[in-house]
Each structure stands twice: as structure tokens, then as C-alpha cells.
Design a protein around this ligand. Structure first.
Ligand code: ADP
Length: 226
């Protein structure tokens, strides 16, 4: 609760300041008013994203045991997720590559399609967000050697994560660089959501990273026996 309140306090303070500034500039300086109004909108959007992420996390915690009902095709979910991310990647000048793997039928897992899509979206969104223009993100996958697990890996050629932060990035609100995360609209909750979803599905997520070279997040999920 203390963490959440703290995280909500910052945008709330900005909103108040921006609203006051707008009140003062209205009628006096239309150009400046427009700038304040645009900032007000961006801050409001950030606050809404934060609240949505918090609600997602809360829901994930309460639905823990209810997710493993459908048999879903991980490859199909990835294809749809990637299609949705293409525009953002293009806008940022980051190449988004999909390295085709296996047959869809081999990538069946027991789980919840919406949650898995949200998990992949978070990972790919981060990879694109933390990769400077001109870099690339590659998504691929496969089966473990014993055939019991499906894995999907998201690699980027981005800014990387310092070793001392690797064990902390899945914590709520943890960001390596707060300013940068804020600038890109981050809430610090994306990877906690990822970890929750993966664990709800009986899987695990592993990260490897070299600062200034890039990061690789690999999700392992138990394969459905059906
Ligand atoms: P945020 O909303 O800040 O992106 P996340 O929970 O998704 O929050 O990630 C936590 C932190 O981990 C980020 O602030 C960033 O510092 C780091 N991070 C996550 N993914 C990557 C990546 N692909 N490359 C570099 N840093 C990353």
C-alpha cells in the first residue's frame, strides 16, 4: 500500500500543478495553455496506465487457480501479439523479427489466452522500448529437449540491464532508471505482471543481459499433454 500510494502521489501532484498552471495561463497565453493542456493529458494517460496495471496485478493474484482451463496455441498467440506491436516498433525505428519455429500443434499449453497475450505484449513492448532506434528485437521459440516444455525468447540489442539489477526487475515498481522508464511511459509493473502470469501457468521466466549489448527474456511453459 505504501508503494502504491507513493507511485500514485507523483502523477497526482503533477496533475495538480499542471491544472494550476493552466488556470493561470488561460486567457493570457493561449500557446502556453495548449502546452499545459497537452502535458495534462499525457500525465492523465500515465495515471490511467498505472491504474490498469495495478488492476491487472490484483486480478492475476485472485485468479491464480482459475486460469488453466483452456488448451491454447502459444505460437498463434505470439503471431497475433507481434502483429499488434509492429506499428510501435516501426515508429521507434526498431526492427521486429519473428523467427519462425515448429508447427502450431506442437505449442499447445494449458492456460489462459488473454493472460499469455498480455505477458508476451509486456516482454516485446519492453524490448522495443529499451532498444534505441536502429536496433532490433527477435522473437523465437521451440520445445525443450525432453519435449515437455515450450519456450519463447524475446531478445533485443538494447541498453541492457546491469547485473546488480537482474534479480530485482521482477519486483513491483522496480526500474533500473526511473527517469527513462517514466519517459517511455513505464509503470514499473510490466515485469511483475509477466512473472505472475508465467507462474500462474506453472512456468518460469529467465533473463540474461549485458549492459549496452542487449537482453534476452526466455519464458518456459509446461506443454499440454493433450
Ligand atoms: P517499466 O514499466 O519501467 O518498463 P517493467 O516492470 O516492465 O517496468 O520493467 C522493470 C525495469 O526493468 C524497467 O524499468 C527497465 O529498467 C528494466 N527492463 C525491462 N525490460 C528491459 C529490456 N528489454 N531492456 C532493458 N531494460 C529492461
Amino acid at each position: 500500500m505504501a508503494n502504491v500510494s507513493h507511485e500514485l502521489k507523483t502523477p497526482a501532484t503533477s496533475l495538480k500543478l499542471l491544472a494550476e498552471s493552466l488556470e493561470e495561463s488561460l486567457g493570457e497565453d493561449p500557446e502556453q495553455s495548449r502546452i499545459f493542456a497537452a502535458q495534462l493529458r499525457r500525465e492523465t494517460e500515465r495515471l490511467a496506465t498505472l491504474i490498469n496495471d495495478l488492476l491487472d496485478l490484483t486480478r492475476l493474484e485472485s485468479e491464480r487457480r482459475e486460469v488453466l482451463t483452456e488448451i491454447v496455441d502459444v505460437r498463434g498467440i505470439l503471431v497475433t501479439t507481434l502483429a499488434g506491436m509492429r506499428r510501435v516498433a516501426r515508429e521507434r525505428g526498431v526492427a521486429l523479427n519473428w523467427k519462425r519455429f515448429g508447427r502450431a500443434a506442437d505449442f499447445a499449453v494449458r492456460g489462459n489466452e488473454t493472460q499469455l497475450a498480455s505477458m508476451f505484449t509486456n516482454l516485446i513492448d519492453n524490448a522495443v522500448k529499451y532498444t534505441p532506434g536502429g536496433g532490433s528485437v527477435e522473437v523465437t521459440g521451440g520445445l525443450s529437449r525432453d519435449g515437455r516444455e515450450v519456450f519463447v525468447s524475446v531478445s533485443d540489442t538494447g541498453i541492457g540491464i546491469p547485473e546488480e539489477s537482474l534479480s530485482r526487475i521482477f519486483e513491483r515498481f522496480y526500474r533500473v532508471d526511473r527517469a527513462r522508464s517514466k519517459e517511455t511511459g513505464g509503470t514499473g509493473l510490466g515485469l511483475s505482471i509477466v512473472r505472475h502470469i508465467v507462474e500462474n501457468h506453472g512456468g518460469r521466466v529467465v533473463v540474461e543481459s549485458v549492459p549496452d549489448r542487449g537482453s534476452n527474456f526466455t519464458v518456459h511453459l509446461p506443454r499440454s499433454s493433450v
